[in-house]
Each structure stands twice: as structure tokens, then as C-alpha cells.
Design a protein around this ligand. Sequence first.
Ligand code: ADP
Ligand code: MG
Length: 585
Amino acid sequence: MPIHILPPEISSQIAAGEVVERPASVVKELLENALDAGTHSITIKVEGAGRRLIEVADDGSGIPAGELPLAVARHATSKLSSAADLFHISSLGFRGEALASIGSVARLTITSRTQEGDNGARLRVEGGHAEAIQPTGAPQGSVVRVEDLFYNVPARLKFLKSDSTERRQIDALVTRYALAYPKVRFRLFQENQLSLQTSGNGDRREVLAAIYGVKVARQMLEVLAEDEFICASGFISPITLTRSNRREITFFVNGRWVQDVTLASALLHAYQTLLMVGRYPLATLFLELPPETIDVNVHPAKAEVRFRNPDQVFSGVQRAVRRALLAYSSIPELGSGGLWSQAGSRTGAAVLTPWNNDTTAGTQQRWSDEPPLAAQASGTQASGTQASLTPSRVPLLRLVGQVATAYLVAEGPDGLYLIDQHAAHERVLFERFLAERQVIASQALLEPLAVTFPPSAARLLEEQLPILGSLGFRVEPFGPGTFLVRSVPTLLANGDPAAALRVLVEDFEEDETPLQAETEARLIARVCKRAAIKAGQALSMEEQRSLLSDLEACQSPRTCPHGRPTMILLSVDLLERQFGRKGAR
Ligand code: ADP
Ligand code: MG
């Protein structure tokens, strides 16, 4: 075939493919336009999972009748005039492509009226061809109707997922924008049923409640941190509230929803060792950066941005999240609901549910039904919950003794503490290890030890040798599949070096995260697990006391590096209730 220029219908369909991938992408573009138009209220109607109809109505600025044909033309925008503007973008749109793209793959109708215009006007576009403008009565703002999406691109239709999946995508999208723009009132109807509604009163926690329910919303921790480069705000889940996937992790950068793996890793990094492996937090974080430090023009759907200083952004996010977590982490408490007696039950029957590391319901066992964080920024409803807002450190404890050669018993100002000696020691070692990072003590073996691995494990090990070296392992390749262990971290000196190395290699195999720092933390956690005191090990009074004081000195004394609790509090209040000195609540 000779080279030829494509007819405009084909080239615009090709271009549309980048912007409009599925119904949710249409919703996204229309939402962004409404928000750019300064709307206070957005109503979205979806029928046939978005294939039949997507309608977005706003009360924003509207489009002057004379500009309607331009609005649907490609590369026509009111938001950008020079190339230099690209680096000072404060609107969500700027490419002037969305309406043109939608118009080339669906039947598009825009009805709009500006504040100045006496009358409204309507423009229909079908298969990329705009019809004549019709004058019509309309309230101020715009109503954009998109019917029969992909009617002229049957191949695209085949790529759509099931109705319920497409609907879920739309729900998830609108939900996120509702959170990002709490001052805008959102209403989403799917198949004539109200699916989401927010009040637009500016209260983000209220939006959270509309989305996740009051219970989850009350537990979410507020993040607010600002430095000279970045301001991070939003909500993250406490370590007791997790999901089995990363889908509930959302980032907005300057009001724009972006999907960025580095941002997500920064968040996960902050949770490192506080969550069980394979569990992920919920988070919606809003980052504000000077516009000139981000490049928003890297993706046709504007779903990605490039940062001028990615490291600053990464560490800013990580620090903000970490700080919120440390400020709010609490000791699981028996008795104030969930754990000891079922919430709401007045019988006082003791139902002790065990630690639960995987629940199909998606959230982990909650240790206390009261949100331990009392993180309401507004400071309202301090009743009771405020009292349980404990700093992340543990109070000074008086050792009572050891039970079942597994737990230490100690008295604190608020009750009785049961401490898991293994988990506690893991935490102590872990933090010591991290603190020593620069100078990890390493002990040479008297005789280098040869260890052999199967090929795939050997390859993994070989790649990770530098990290191992930084952790105090000196290991050298020694023939195919065989390695010589020359020294090990002093912490592990008493164990079996070959076994320690094998556990670490297993960990590489499980690890899917590319981040070196994450791998390191996991490795260290693994090493500490091996080196820690085991359950069943009798400890002298002196050993118990030093374990307790070491734990008190930890940064995050309440969980082991794998996220399990190190201690449980039996509060005086609970004791009184259990002994019948106080009525059951
Ligand atoms: P972009 O948003 O990148 O400018 P679009 O194709 O999405 O490109 O929209 C083209 C233009 O149409 C916008 O620049 C804006 O002037 C106008 N427009 C689109 N939707 C609306 C709306 N809901 N309210 C007011 N103006 C709108
Ligand atoms: Mg737009």
C-alpha cells in the first residue's frame, strides 16, 4: 500500500482511542470539564453501564452559543494559550481533545447557557460531524449527553468488560472526585438509582462516610503535612484496617487524579512492617505542589504526571503518612467492644476472637470497636473516644512476671498489659537493626560455609548480594548455584547461617515489590524473626525487665515488624466490668 494521509474520521477515531477507552473515561472528561467550569453541583446519569447514556449536568460557567462548534473541535480549548502555559496549568483540561474525541465515537449533545446569555443553545455531534446550533431554553450551566458510546467502533465495544465492571469503574471514579472536591455537590445515578450523593458542604470526612460508611470513615486517620516543596493532606487507614489489594489507594496531584506507582510505593513504604504481608491500606491523599514542578502533559488521558523532583515528593509523602501513623497508632484493648464482647451485646459474655490475618470481608479484625484514634480533625464528639487517643509510645510499665513462658505481664497506669515476648523482641531487634543501618555489626564465620541453591533461587540471591552485604551478610558466588557465606550479622551469630540465608532467599521469591528499601525492610524483619526470643523460652526476671524497657524505647512498640500486635491492654475499666463492679455498658 502506498503511503497516504488517513481520512479525518479515521485519524480522529485513532486519537479518540487514547482519550476514551471506556465509559468511565467519558465520565472523567466530562467531570473535569464541569469542575473547570467552576460548578457547585454535578449530576451524573448513567444507563446501560455507560454504553447507552452518560449525562453530566453542571451549573458552571456554560459555553457561549457561538463557541459551541469550537468546543467540539479538536485542539480547541479555552484553558491554554501558549506552550509556556503548559507548566503553569491550574485547570484539569488543557488538551482541547475530550469533546472532539467523544463526538467521534458517540452521539454527543451539549446544551449550555452562560450567565450572560439570555437563551441556551444546543449542539449535536454524530460520528464527528457537528449539526447546526439550535437555540433552546436551558438553566445556566451545561448538560453534556453522550449516547451510544462506540456505536461506530464495534471493535472497541468488544473490549468493554461486563456491565457490572464498567459500572464499578464509574462508581470508583466519581467517588474519588467527590472526595477531592468536597465543596462540590455530587449526585450519581446508575440505571436510575442513586448510587452516590455528597452534600458539597466541604467536609471531607462526611464524603468519606458517604463512600465507605460511617464506621470506616471514623477510623480513617487524617494526614496533614507541609514542607517547602509539597503539601500532603487526606486520609489513610489505621494499620488495623486493610484490604487485600491496592485499589483503595488514590492520589490527587494538584486536583488531578493520577495513577503513579512511585506515589503508591511511598505510601506503602510508610506502612512497612506495620501491616501483614499482602495487606494494603486505604488511602486518599491530595498533594499540592507548585505547578511549575510537575509536568502534566505526559499522558493523553492526563492520568500521569512527571515530577521535577521525584525524590522530594516520595519522601514528603512517606514522611507525612508515617507521622500520621505514629501519632495515631494505639494498643489493642480488650473489652471496649469487638474483641472481648460483641459490640452492642449487653450480656457481658466474653467472646474472645483470635487475631485474624485474613478476612474475606476485606477489613482485618478490629481490636476495639471504638475508633482508637479519635482523629476527627473537627474535634467534635470527643465523648470517650478522645480518652483512648494514646500516644504511640507505651506508658511506663511495671513488670509483674511471665506467664506460659510466652507472655510478659506488666502493670501500666491504665490497666494490665500482656506482652508477647517473641513479637516484642522482634520489634526491638528490628529497630536496633534499622538504627545500626550504617554500621551493622557483622561477625566473620570461623570457617566460610558453602550453601547451594537451585538455579532460580541462586539467580535471585546473586542479584540481591549488595543488599545482603549492607545487612551484614558477606556472601560470595562460588561455582554454579553455590555461595560461600563468610560473615553474618552479629544478631544472627548464634543461629545457623545456612538456614538464615535460605529463609532470606525464600523471601526474595515471594517479593514482588521492586523497591530496594522495601526489600530491605522485609529482609530485616525476616532476620529479626529468626533471631528473636521464641515463645516457650523461660526468661529470667532481668531478661524480662530489659526486654520491657527495650520495647518502651522503640519508635513503634505496638506492633512487631510483621504488623501483629506486641501487646494487649486489659483496662482497669474492663476489669471492673468483668468483676461486676461496674454495670455493663
Ligand atoms: P479541554 O477541557 O482540554 O479544554 P475539552 O474538549 O474537554 O477540552 O473542552 C473544550 C472546551 O469546551 C473547554 O476548553 C471549555 O471551554 C469548553 N467546555 C467543555 N465542557 C464545558 C462545561 N461543562 N462547562 C463550560 N465549558 C465547557
Ligand atoms: Mg476537558
